[in-house]
Design a protein around this ligand. Structure first.
Ligand code: FAD
Length: 488
């Protein structure tokens, strides 16, 4: 057995008979299907990367009582230094996919690290539920499994309560017996589910008393009987070639609707049971929500750096880089990247202890979320603005280079002082894939919504800010004078 999980092991684990649909058909083997195979290989490459001898120390650790290394994503930091060590591993992983795999294995690992740190919250809910969570954490972490989650309900009638939606829309408990509970209905939007081993199911949106059938959390293997995974359109499948679509052809993590058709969940995989407030507490009274979104900011720090690198190369390729207004735009973009990095450093350095664990500063994390979900579309827009028509005036596909006549015209028209025509086309196609293609556009939607709509992230910021210290200053000022003038 290798010193830690490898890519080959991961690919093999996905040949498990899961029920995935695309284009009206069931996929016999996701690892071989043209809609998913390259992205699955990119996810497997993460495990191969950490298994390389020179990366073992940076990327992995040995959990107590084990003899096999696992990703540092599963490590529960006890102090600031351990948190930084863990972050460096996560950043290095994100750099392997340029930040384009939002739900890489470290996302759920982070969510569950946070929930495991808050095991006392589960104990208050029930000793059996706490035992289930702790046991599950040991199982998935020691096997370095890839998890995804579905914690949001499908939109239908947003003006109605979740419990009032039409039957079978929102996943709910429909039966229970001594071996477990049965769930029926849907959840969205299982990003990476097709390349994951297990799915964590929960309810993050507020529930009301009376909606107890919807109030559960649990985990299932992706091949659970009755679990139907409805993939969205695959950008990997519609990619023309690696040269034409270097990012979408390899890093399309996919998103899928999950439909639970009377799926049985054993009790040792049930973490929240018929408790509407515990659905909230599992994320917010434990550091779960803080840790999962801290991971998202770590990944984003890599992605925005990549995008700003792209902006710089873009302006070099069309010869605008030295124009003062363009340099000014690049300076602005660079400042945004450093802001994301600074916010990351801030939430780590001003974190706090929860028992023996170190937790990132919650309000700083929510501030970063609020700011970056607005920043991303702005950043994309600015890059497009810097590009003009260069992103569009491109050969239809790599095949145009095969025709000597067309190749000659491409050579004459794709001019750049810093790139050959072929290099310029190669670069501009990568840029379009990232910022303008259907894949690029999905990424804008992802960054705007993966952590909730703006009214949600802003409400977290409102809830967690130290208002007393802010209003206290105002009150202090007001206390220094009155109608009679300054008070002494
Ligand atoms: C690409 C992508 C990948 C995703 N991956 C996952 C995943 O892996 N797992 C998962 O669980 N979820 C995932 N999601 C779902 C994501 O978490 C939700 O989209 C997000 O929480 C927003 O919820 P919603 O889509 O129901 O939008 P809504 O909450 O319905 O908001 C949509 C818009 O409606 C308006 N609105 C709705 N309600 C209100 C209100 N009360 N007050 C004011 N305005 C309101 C606002 O304009 C808001 O922007 C993904 C989403 C996307 C786009």
């Amino acid at each position: 057995m290798s010193v830690c999980k490898t890519g080959a092991e991961h690919i093999k684990s996905l040949k498990d008979g899961r029920t995935v649909y695309i284009d009206g058909k069931v996929v016999p083997d996701v690892t071989e299907h043209p809609a998913f195979r390259n992205s699955i290989r990119s996810s497997a490459a993460l495990y191969d990367f950490q298994a390389q001898p020179e990366n073992l120390e940076l990327m992995t650790f040995i959990p107590d009582g084990s003899n096999r290394r696992i990703s540092r994503a599963w490590q529960m930091p006890r102090n600031y230094d351990e948190m930084v060590l863990r972050r460096k591993a996560l950043q290095t992983w994100a750099a392997q996919h340029y930040g384009f795999m939002g739900r890489s294995p470290d996302h759920l690992a982070s969510a569950l690290v946070g929930q495991r740190m808050g095991i006392e919250v589960f104990r208050k809910h029930g000793e059996d539920r706490a035992k289930a969570l702790a046991g599950y954490f040991d199982y998935i972490s020691r096997n370095d499994l890839f998890l995804t989650y579905v914690i949001i309900n499908p939109q239908a009638e947003r003006a109605k309560d979740w419990g009032q939606q039409d039957e079978d829309l929102v996943a709910r408990i429909v039966d229970e017996d001594s071996s477990g509970m049965t769930i029926r209905g849907a959840k969205m939007l299982g990003t990476s589910s097709i390349m994951a081993n297990e799915v964590f199911i929960a309810n993050l949106q507020p529930l009301k008393p009376g909606e107890e059938a919807l109030a559960f959390s649990c985990a299932l293997p992706m091949n659970a009987k009755g679990l139907r995974v409805l993939s969205r359109k695959s950008y990997e499948a519609s990619a023309v070639s690696v040269f034409d679509n270097p990012i979408s052809s390899r890093f399309d993590e996919n998103d899928a609707l999950m439909y639970f058709e009377d799926v049985k969940v054993p009790w040792d995989r049930v973490f929240v049971h018929r408790d509407t407030d515990m659905c909230r507490a599992q994320f917010h009274d434990t550091p779960g929500h803080a840790y999962q979104n801290y991971q998202a900011q770590i990944r984003l720090s890599v992605k925005v750096k990549f995008l700003v690198g792209l902006a710089r190369r873009l302006t070099e390729s069309i010869g605008t880089v030295k124009m003062p207004p363009v340099a000014e735009q690049l300076g602005y973009l660079a400042a945004q990247v450093s802001m994301v990095e600074a916010m990351l450093s801030g939430m780590e350095a001003s974190g706090n202890k929860l028992g023996e664990w170190w937790v990132p500063n919650k309000h700083m994390m929510y501030s970063a979320q609020v700011i970056t979900q607005e920043l991303y579309p702005r950043l994309i827009n600015l890059i497009r603005e810097l590009a003009g028509g260069a992103l569009i005036m491109l050969p239809s596909s790599v095949d145009d280079f095969a025709d000597p006549g067309l190749k000659k015209i491409i050579g004459k028209t794709q001019r750049s002082s810093v790139m050959t025509p072929e290099e310029k086309v190669k670069f501009l196609k990568a840029a379009w894939d990232a910022v303008g293609s259907e894949f690029g556009s999905r990424h804008t939607q992802y960054e705007m919504f993966y952590a909730g709509a703006q009214f949600v992230t802003r409400s977290h910021s409102f809830r967690t800010f130290d208002w007393n210290s802010a209003t206290g200053m105002v009150d202090k000022l007001l206390s220094t004078y009155d109608l009679d003038g300054v008070r002494h």
